[in-house]
Structure formats: C-alpha cells, structure tokens
Design a protein around this ligand. Sequence first.
Ligand SMILES: [Zn+2]
Length: 321
Amino acid sequence: MRRGIRWYVTGNLMVVGAILGAVLFWQAVEAPHRPVESGAETPATPTPDSTMPALSAQADSPLPTATSTPESTKAPPTPPTAVAGAQLVPPSSQLTVRVPILMYHRIDRLPANPDALRVSLSIAPADFDSQVHFLKERGFTSLTLTEVYEALQGKRTLPPKPVALTFDDGYADNYANAFPILKKYGFLGTFFVLTDVAGTGEYMSWDQLEEMAAAGMKIEVHGRAHLDVSRMTTGQVASQVQGARDAIRARLGVESRFYSYPSGKYNESVIDVVKTSGFLAAVTVNYGSDHTLQKAFELKRVRIDGRESFAVFARKVGENP
Ligand SMILES: [Zn+2]
C-alpha cells in the first residue's frame, strides 16, 4: 500500500514535471522569434496603424485610417504545435516594409471648366505646400525608391516616418511648382517621365530635368510614350522601357532603376520585360503602403486626389489631421 502511494506521488510529480518542461521548451522555442522593437517581424507591442512603423509584418491593410483596428484587438497567437517552429520565422523575402509611396500627377491650379479627371489629377500649389509642410512638421523623412528597395532587401533601416513622393507623366508644372516646394522643405521627389514627349507641349524639358537631377531629385521611367504596355508584344514593351531608360541615360547621365506602369496597366509578361531590362522595382496604382521584395515589381502607392480634403491626406499617411 505504501509503495502504491509513493508511485502515485511520483507519478503525479512526473506529470507536473512534464508540463513544466513543455512550457519551458515552448518559451525557449518561441522566445527568439519574439520581435524586437526595431526588428523586421510582427511588432511585440500593440501598434495602432496611426503610428505607421517603418518595418512590420502586419497583413497589408488596405488603407491606414484613424479607424483601423489596432493590433491589440486581434486574436491571440495560436499556441505552437510540435512542427510550428519552421513557420514562425518568415524568410527575408517576406519582410514587409511600410512606406506610403505617394502618387501625384499635376501640381497646378485648375484651368476654367476642368473635367473630372483633370480635377482628380491636380493638386493646387498652395495645397501641395501645405501637404509637404505637414509631412515635415510631423517628422516624416522623404525617401528615394532606392532606399525603399534597400529596406525591402533588409539592407537598410528606415527612419520612423518614411514617405516617398512620386510624380507621374513629367508635367511642366512639376518643375515650376513642385520642385521649389520640395527644395523649400528639404524633401526628395521621384519623377516618372515620358522621354518621347519631354520638352514638348506641357511636359518638362531635358534642361529642367537635368537641373532637378542635379538638385537630388530622381528621374525615372514612365515610358517613351503614355501607352498601355499590357497590350503590347514583349518587343514593344522592351522598346518602351529600355528606350526610355537609354534616353534618360543619354540626356542626363543618370541610370534609372524604377518604372511606373502607364495608367497602372501591366501583366506577368510586362513584369518579365521590366525585370530583364535592368530595373530593380516598379510602381503600380494599386492602393497600399506595405511592400515586400517578392512584389518589388508591383509596389503599391497612395494616390493623392485633388478632390480630397486635407484631413483625408493626413489619414492617408497615417496621421491624425
Ligand atoms: Zn501616367
């Protein structure tokens, strides 16, 4: 009988020991994967979207708004199973970098009787000044797309509030109105130009682009002309993207590495041509601020629309107005 009790006690101790052991093992396995503040993985502390961490592994939220759900309300992590360890560390290609890449077109006052598209594409110079001033005041740092790309590669730590300002089509008002405002606040801009029309009609001249490049602005490729490359043969696409890249190199002596799909139209075959033409990444008109290296040729952007209020702009960059 005494032997029976001893075995009963010993048996219970073994069960308790096994549970303790399992808990300690789980902590040991789990601990290295707990993210650190500056790390690339899921933020350890609940992070409301409004703080816009530069690096996070959050699911891509469609739009950082004031009403977005904070991390803290999400379901607790599922306890790991015996084989879960392998799933806890995302490969580096899945590193998610959060940078709002703002998409502008015209920075100009509206003509008389503008159509809806013109209104949508135009930001008044005074409004653009207010927006950049706001970004400056709130502590944003403007990045080049090279810096965004290096962050995607895990080679660069980004500042707390990164932002990239991009301008499509190369309108002359970009030189006349956007360029002085960017310089005034010490911000960088990336200009996607159309090389066949540069210097004609309403587009910036090569001299103006040269002056902007010398001041640190980035001149990148939107194409030779504003054409739908998703409906072209691979040879025609290559002519558009490589031809434009060659023209920028010949005229300005700079190597363009980023491409903006005209009207945001692309497909897998277009991506292949852009990749093999020496580009590092490409921007779309798909909405979002979270990027991965795997989707470097489908970088999302945040369209700034001339019809929207200042409060909407503030929320688009993750700030309260
Ligand atoms: Zn365009």
